[in-house]
Design a binder for this molecule. Structure first.
Ligand SMILES: [Zn+2]
Length: 612
């Protein structure tokens, strides 16, 4: 490339009357280090740097607007006004965690004031008190302090698809002077649902139904869906097959008054669930494991769980005779609260009674042991809940709220800190199922926070650096921070994404510790120490050539840099004052610039320098 430059230069010498010094002059300092100068006789205006400064003006304007908004801050003290709130829809049809954030009045607001929060999204909900509707939830809070935020919690009702979703939180603040301020905050839902088949199979059998209740295909589908929602979380456990005729199950008559034993007519592996319509004076449904049947066995070893049971669906309604709502759409989760004076959601009640059939019933030896002890006491249960989980006389977890979702646990579905609508499995219910004898399949709600170990790639001064630290598990709204040491100057860690980016300005070895926390207020998170080396800047070189020798000729400047480096071609008429002509921001190592305004005088020198 030097050869090219010299060639061009000699052409310039022969054609141009006034000549300037021709030697390649080393530049001082970082700018222009290793950048040979090249002389040419043309010039042209350039706009890249102008564009850069307009971008900076826009960023400035955003920062200014932020101060007039109602503030939204997370549990780590970060402002969420620009970056937004992250919710998670865990794998499976499970009650999702409530995400807590703090709302602060706009600066200069006249207090006390109030803020109304709304989201356009039928499956989102705030903690109670709040309202839900098909057009989205709403919640109003009082704001009396300029410095102490009011805690609000937000979550999303699960769906069965695997698609992330985006929503907008709108906050309307009204001050004591009736002045309103409206602002919006983005909401992103991470959907962790995997479309996979169940390992643990529940076979629904409707042959024992003599009521006609299950001639309806939607009712049968809802029973199967509710059973699959539970068993989604269970491992296959390598269960032994159950031969035809070897499992007995009691089939109840109306009023739970007598019945008969029935033997399985087919081989199966997993759980055989007889669902049939019954009625009784209280209009209550039932569900239980088979007292007379055998326990599940895995490679011959007995487990604490039974292998069949029943769901007796009350044909007239749930504690009333209003009939049933047969709702299959996830968005319709809020249609009924399943109260005594309402038409109840058949899916909710099927969920609950199948929970009894599979887990919460003393027919299962594992449940019976816990019931005799009065509570679930396994380490998984107590670590999550913070205490033993009491079991009441009717096999319910009376008075127990699931810590992360704020929803009432099994048998306590009318309670909790979130709107009480369709009943859902909670994480605590599944830890109890594990204690009864079900092995839980790996799924996102049960994955602990994990910080993937990584050695950072080498960096160099002047080369833009970008590397993402990765964590998963826990409640995946992460907070990243440097807790010891310091990053190389020029680099920054994005507290929301774990991206380590910037252009290093100092060479050397740098030691620092990164901590990531998932969205648990009391979580200590996970830390890793890193050593990162930053090398001195690589060279940049410039070559020139002339295309054509007539009136249409133009100069071609070809710049050789290092991949990712940003270089600037500058021009000067006196070797003292340099004007930027073009910036290579293309992240390629070759950059071409055509100088077309060729008859300018005086002669021009060109050089390439590093942009920092
Ligand atoms: Zn119950």
């Amino acid at each position: 490339m030097h050869r090219k430059a010299i060639k061009v230069f000699s052409y310039a010498q022969s054609d141009v009357a006034r000549r300037e010094p021709v030697a390649l002059i080393p530049n001082s300092g970082l700018l222009g280090r290793d950048a040979p100068l090249t002389l040419l006789w043309t010039t042209a205006p350039l706009t890249s740097l102008t564009l850069l400064s307009s971008v900076l003006v826009v960023v400035h304007a955003l920062c200014f607007v932020a101060t007039a908004q109602t503030g939204v801050q997370d549990i780590f003290g970060r402002s969420l006004n620009q970056r937004g709130i992250t919710l998670v829809d865990w794998e499976g049809y499970l009650a999702n965690p409530l995400i807590k954030f703090y709302v602060l009045p706009p600066t200069k607001a006249v207090l006390p004031g109030s803020a109304t929060l709304t989201v356009t999204g039928a499956r989102l909900y705030f903690d109670s008190p709040s309202n839900v509707s098909a057009s989205g939830p709403g919640k109003t809070i009082s704001l009396a302090s300029a410095t102490v935020g009011v805690a609000v919690r937000l979550s999303v009702f699960p769906d069965h698809d695997s698609l992330d979703e985006d929503y907008t939180l709108t906050i309307v603040f009204t001050g004591a002077n009736n002045v309103k301020e409206t602002n919006t905050v983005p909401i992103h839902v991470i959907d962790q649902d995997l479309q996979r088949t169940n390992d643990f199979v529940v076979t629904g059998n409707f042959d024992r139904d003599i009521s006609g209740f299950f001639t309806n295909a939607t009712r049968r589908a809802l029973v199967r869906q509710a059973a699959d929602d539970w068993s989604y979380f269970f491992r296959g456990m390598n269960l032994d097959p159950v031969p035809a005729g070897s499992e007995t199950t009691y089939i109840w008559s109306n009023n739970f008054n007598g019945g008969y034993y029935f033997s399985n007519t087919n081989n199966y592996t997993g759980y055989l669930l007889y669902a049939y319509g019954t009625t009784n004076s209280a209009h209550r449904s039932g569900g239980e494991g088979s007292y007379s049947g055998g326990v599940q066995r895995s490679a011959g070893s007995p487990l604490g769980i039974k292998r069949s049971g029943g769901f007796e669906a009350e044909i007239y309604g749930n504690y009333n005779t209003l009939g049933w709502l047969l709702i299959t759409n996830d968005n319709d989760w809020l249609v009924t609260g399943n109260l005594g004076n309402q038409t109840n959601d058949f899916y909710s009640i099927a969920h609950h009674e199948i929970g009894h059939a599979l887990i919460f019933n003393p027919a299962h030896p594992g449940f019976n042991t816990a019931k005799i002890a009065g509570a679930f006491t396994s380490a998984a249960v107590t670590n999550y809940f913070g205490a033993r989980v009491p079991i009441d006389a009717t096999d319910h977890l009376n008075g127990v709220i699931d810590p992360e979702s704020g929803q009432g646990a099994f048998g306590y579905e009318y309670y909790g800190n979130s709107p009480r609508k369709r009943w859902l499995i909670t994480k605590l219910d599944l830890f109890c199922a594990q204690e009864v004898g079900y092995a839980l399949r790996p799924s996102s709600a049960f994955a602990s926070l994990f910080f993937h170990a990584s050695a950072l790639p080498a960096a160099a001064i002047s080369i833009p650096f970008s590397y993402s630290l990765i964590a998963d598990g826990g409640i995946p709204f992460y907070d990243w921070e440097i807790t010891a040491g310091a990053l190389p100057p020029g680099l920054a860690l994005d507290p929301f994404t774990g991206a380590l980016t910037g252009t290093p300005t100092t060479n050397g070895a740098f030691n620092f510790t990164v901590r990531v926390r998932d969205y648990h207020e009391t979580g200590v998170g996970l830390s890793q120490s890193f050593t990162m080396s930053v090398a001195p800047p690589p060279a940049v070189q410039l070559a020139l050539s002339i295309v054509g020798q007539n009136a249409d000729s133009e100069a071609q400047l070809l710049l050789f840099g290092t991949m990712g480096q940003r270089q600037v071609i500058q021009a000067s008429g006196d070797l003292r004052n340099w004007t930027p002509m073009a910036t290579n921001a293309s992240a390629t190592n070759l950059f071409q610039f055509f100088e077309t305004n060729r008859w300018q005088f005086p002669q021009r020198f060109y050089r390439a320098v590093l942009a920092l």
